[in-house]
Design a protein around this ligand. Sequence first.
Ligand code: PLP
Length: 498
Amino acid sequence: MIMPVLPNVSPGYLRPLLPSGPPEEGEPWSDIQADIDKIIIPGLTHWQSPKFMAFFPCNSSYPGMLGEMYSGAFNAAAFNWICSPAVTELETVVMDWIAKLLALPDCFQSAGEGGGIIQGTASEVVLTALVAARERLIRRKLGDMPEGDERMDKAADLRGKMVALGSEHAHSSTQKAAVIAGTRFRTVPAPRSTNFSVSGKALRKTIEELKEKGLEPFYFTVTIGSTGTCAVDDLEGIAEVARDYPDLWIHVDAAYAGSALICPEYQHLCTPIANFDSFNFNLHKWLLTNFDCSAFFIKRRKDLIDTYSITPSYLRNQFTESGLVTDYRDWQIPLGRRFRSLKVWFVLRTYGVNGLREFIRGHVKLGEYFQGLLETRPDVFSVVTPAAFALTTFQINPSKPNAPSSPATKSNPAHEAYLNDFTNDAEAQYREDANRVTKEVYERVNAGGEFFLTSTVVCGLYVIRVVSAVERSEEKYMKRVFEVLVDTAEDVVKGKEK
Ligand code: PLP
């Protein structure tokens, strides 16, 4: 049985179903369990449903769940080696396995100066990297200047001039990290003409403009698989910029699409990462590892340790002093940490490399299948970005004679012919109509409750996103969502009421 993907409850549904405070005496587990079915499950959005095609997935698996259960049973705040040697050592080993699996450059292996750590979310990783980048620049600029008021004043001046950068389509976590770190934030343009990806040239131009104003660009998030369209920034071009600006910390955010790098056909994307400082992807999105699990790889672990290692006397111990152990507390913002590597180890062993590759490739194929379905109806749909990492984005064509099949693509001959026939006003009107009908179709499909989709706006285009990457995704669901979209689009374009 498939449960409805979206719950049928209204905001505030829960409070009236619960008492006004906790019980005075403990209750039997059977009563608590019964309330899970009665009160909680009706209020869940089912992320594991094959009809969940929104955001990016949050896949779970039997070994992933067992890993969470064991971690809960062993329950520890294992922040340094002696707080549970198995927690630290398993994490180091599985992160080296993962680096190898993704064909990340050797500099990210723990045998050299780098290594990997598991953090909770990509946002946490971006913040950790950005703050470390800020402090690294201060260390480099102020060098041996002695600690004291003068150094602190100079550091404060410098921090006020620092600018964190990200693509205009980078996930909001970069901007949020800049807010938390108290630095400036500036976007780098990533227009439709470059498939919504940042080029090396655009990054260089932004850096030069900022430097001319006396500002200090210190950090840039490169994206592999942007949230809106799964765009991949120009890694080779950005690598050249990295060589010219060694003080700029470049972090690669591959939160969702990074899982595809386990397949050799995507691993050409990994080579340029050797030029960057750090990389992350979320195993909890597309690699069958239960939430939360974000793998963070760093080229020089010293860059993290120099920022985050603060050791009061109560944290001192002979193993730390020996220099023979890793204390992951020095690579992260919180002190305590969960035993997340267990679920990664279970998933890797249960599926094996081949099982995981098959899982990813199946979803990529489903994305291509769905794009193919859209292309059978060019009268109804315009594909804005073709299937990339199982995500396709598209618009609904408004009812307009001679509508181009891809209205906003300047390089599309149909669009060019269209522009020649109409004035710029007509083009603007066409865009507005396409955005309006696309939004209306999107809202009607979600209100229908059979599927859960998300939409976004990229460079002024309102697009619907369809992702085919939950574990139970199948061709029949892609076909069904296509039919629902066609029927809804026809109703909307004909002006039929809901
Ligand atoms: N980066 C990208 C590219 C994303 O798509 C997302 C979320 O979808 C994030 C970062 C944030 O992920 P998290 O929820 O792990 O912070």
